[in-house]
Design a protein around this ligand. Structure first.
Ligand code: 13P
Ligand code: SF4
Length: 307
């Protein structure tokens, strides 16, 4: 079967839009109508006039799209595509944490379940977290969850002392200083680009820290020609397409012979599953209406503050 032809036929027939995160396999990125970071995916989902959104990413991205566009059908190629970071913050435990620390504004990273967003005052992504935190009064007490690495990073660049939830992404936590230093011996001129979900030691040796979109933009703006990239290796596809004269080297995970680091959840989505999900209109992402009514508020606040 020619999946490209079939997917093209079905999306036209069903007025469906295909959105993909930068961590998707190359073939999915190539066929998607939109490819972007978590923030861009939310922004596009909020304004599309398609009848169906196929979210090629992980479950929380589908939930965010559904919360923003409740009248659309939101599909995800593999319903098991979850997120270790979202899993590190169960809603009942997070509610308890908020209760134990009253008087705080609650900021949650978009990598959370809809139930956690419903407990939140403002949602952020790695692209806008610094800007949004900076927009709040200096003495505002803030709880930040669930990523301790992003939270620590934002504390360090904003001079805040946000109270952090102790969660992490198992993919980004695997990048190690040792492996990157070894790579630097091979590529002494390479600049290190790292996602803020990486551990502090990796961020300290990085030449640039930013979201997937910011990393992509930075590689284009600088005159440097060689980069070691410490985030999920799917982003290298767009980097190589956008800047074919530059050399992008994926940072490997620690304790592994693999040359690059892939998110097992993101990579559950395949072209075959994308085709099946368009054809059968399943798996569908649904969000409890009462939860969605609360969760939409901090997401809309984020979209407003990101303008
Ligand atoms: P961004 O899309 O904000 O760069 O986040 C990366 C990520 O971990 C998505 O799961
Ligand atoms: Fe979640 Fe990490 Fe995968 Fe992103 S890379 S979807 S944060 S597990």
């Amino acid at each position: 079967m020619n999946f490209v032809e079939e997917i093209n036929r079905l999306r036209k027939e069903k007025n469906a839009v295909i959105m993909a995160h930068y961590y998707q396999e190359s073939a999915i990125q190539d066929i998607a109508d939109y490819v972007g970071d978590s923030l861009a995916l939310a922004q596009w989902a909020a304004k599309t006039d398609a009848s169906i959104i196929v979210m090629c990413g992980v479950h929380f991205m589908g939930e965010t799209a559904k919360i923003l566009s409740p009248d659309k059908k939101v599909l995800i190629p593999d319903a098991e595509a979850g997120c270790s970071l979202a899993d590190s913050c169960p809603a009942d435990k997070f509610a308890e944490f908020i209760k134990q620390n009253p008087g705080h504004t609650v900021i949650s990273y978009v990598n959370t379940s809809a139930a956690v967003k419903a407990l939140t005052d403002i949602v952020v992504t790695s692209t806008n977290a610094r800007k949004i935190v900076d927009s709040l009064p200096k003495d505002e007490k803030i709880i930040f969850g669930p990523d301790r690495n992003l939270g620590n990073y934002i504390n360090s660049v904003t001079g805040r002392n946000m109270l952090l939830w102790d969660g992490a992404c198992t993919v980004h936590e695997q990048f190690s200083v040792e492996k990157i230093v070894e790579l630097k011996k091979q590529y002494p001129n390479a600049k290190v680009l790292a996602h803020p979900e990486c551990k502090k030691a990796v961020l300290l040796l990085a030449d640039f820290v930013g979201s997937t979109q910011a990393i992509l933009n930075y590689a284009g703006k600088t005159d440097d020609k060689e980069f070691i990239v410490a985030t999920e290796s799917g982003i290298l596809h767009k980097m190589r397409l956008a800047y074919p004269d530059k050399n992008f080297i994926p940072a490997p995970p620690a304790d592994s012979t693999c040359a690059c680091n892939e998110c097992a959840y993101m990579r559950l989505n395949t072209m075959e599953k994308l085709y099946n999900c368009l054809k059968n209109e399943t798996p569908e992402v649904t969000v409890d209406e009462a939860v969605a009514r609360e969760a939409v508020k901090p997401i809309l606040r984020m979209l407003e503050l990101s303008k």
